[in-house]
Design a protein around this ligand. Structure first.
Ligand SMILES: C[S@@+](CC[C@H](N)C(=O)[O-])C[C@H]1O[C@@H](n2cnc3c(N)ncnc32)[C@H](O)[C@@H]1O
Length: 344
């Protein structure tokens, strides 16, 4: 059954974490983001624990606010959020030139919204890799509901070390997921390994742009809040990602921050100054309603202790994303298409 109500949201907070442990998991998660070099090293060293805690705590909020696909999209005028998300997913399938019957990998697949859409759209078999067990369980339920469990499946594993043979996939995509990698070169190198020669990897990467000034305290604050509220290590620049791709052995076909071409800003659904009937839950009114519902549900014991705290950092992150977008210092859609050279 689809879980989209406030009660589902509240009862899902914490994912696979024991409900009585949610508050302490939240406190541990927050420690990974303390403002010192030691915390940054801890975040990298313990990335599996850090990212897993984040998604156990945040997934039900994501599903409640965004539906089954946990990513942004360029927005066209007159288009609903769902339509823009679907178009953004189709774009990846078209860029990869996917053909019926091919084997495709979705790196960091969430609860499988994009994976199901791309499998249906292209007629391919899509495997999602995700190290969050709670999301994989949820994704399997949703595959059954959508009747695509014969063409879509999941593997619970770390995308930094994947349980697949070399040269396994005809195409690989990732949507707003490899930003969680503790090391971008190691991550792309592992993707390179499992991709068949001559085939492509398409990615929407979270990056800071050239407008980010490391000496600007406000830019640094925004970046820190985005990292804290999204379970991220240090956010990388577009240049670092391209360099890592080349080092891993890929040929770059093309790359662009496609946020620049979006007629409406990608962050509009999170912008408090904007109201959208199509996506009420993430507007200022929706957030107010949800905040109060979560407060009540936590008080009466239906939501685990700590739920309000989780919601508070997610709200803060949403505001930081809007600020980052408005300042032009951050993009969630640095797109690249890269090919693994053919074996001669
Ligand atoms: C923002 S979500 C995007 C999910 C999905 N691509 C979508 O657009 O709906 C990032 C995803 O990456 C997954 N992830 C993060 N680090 C991972 C790792 N080391 N191995 C596998 N999955 C990971 C998270 O569990 C989460 O599902």
């Amino acid at each position: 059954m689809s879980k989209t109500g406030t009660f589902d949201l509240a009862s899902g907070v914490g994912g696979k974490i024991e409900k009585k442990e949610v508050l302490s998991a939240f406190e541990k998660y927050k420690k990974y983001h303390a403002c010192d070099g030691e915390a940054e090293e801890e975040r990298k060293a313990n990335y599996i624990d850090m990212v897993n805690k984040y998604y156990d705590l945040a997934t039900s909020f994501y599903e409640y606010g965004w539906g089954e696909s946990f990513h942004f999209a360029p927005r066209w005028k007159g288009e609903s959020l769902r339509e823009s998300i679907r178009r953004h997913e189709h774009f990846l399938a078209l860029q990869l030139g996917l053909k019926q019957g091919q084997k495709v990998l979705d790196v960091g697949c969430g609860i499988g919204g994009p994976l199901r859409e791309i499998a249906r759209f292209s007629g391919t078999y899509v495997t999602g890799i995700n190290n969050n067990e709670y999301q994989v369980t949820r994704g399997k339920e949703l595959n059954l509901i959508a009747g695509v469990d014969n063409t879509c499946n999941y593997v619970t594993a770390d995308f930094m070390s994947m349980p697949f043979a070399d040269d396994s996939f005809d195409g690989i995509f990732a949507i707003e997921a490899t930003c969680h990698a503790p090391d971008v070169f190691d991550c792309y190198k592992e993707i390179f390994r499992v991709l068949k020669p001559g085939q492509c990897f398409a990615n929407y990467e979270w990056c800071i742009t050239d407008f980010f000034d490391p000496n600007n305290a406000n830019h640094q604050r925004i970046k820190r809040e985005v990292e804290l509220g999204n379970g991220l290590p240090d956010i990388r620049s577009m240049g670092q990602c391209i360099e890592a791709l080349k080092q891993a052995g890929f040929e770059i076909i093309w790359d662009k921050d496609i946020a620049i071409d979006s007629p409406l800003p990608w962050y509009l659904p999170l912008d408090k100054s904007h109201f959208s009937l199509g996506n009420v839950r993430v507007t200022v009114f929706g957030r107010f309603f949800t905040r109060n519902m979560v407060k009540i549900l936590e008080r009466v014991g239906l939501a685990p202790e700590g739920s309000q705290k989780v919601q508070a950092i997610l709200e803060q992150a949403a505001d930081a994303l809007v600020e980052g977008g408005k300042e032009g210092i951050f993009t969630p859609m640095y797109f690249f298409l890269a090919r693994k050279p053919s074996a001669n």
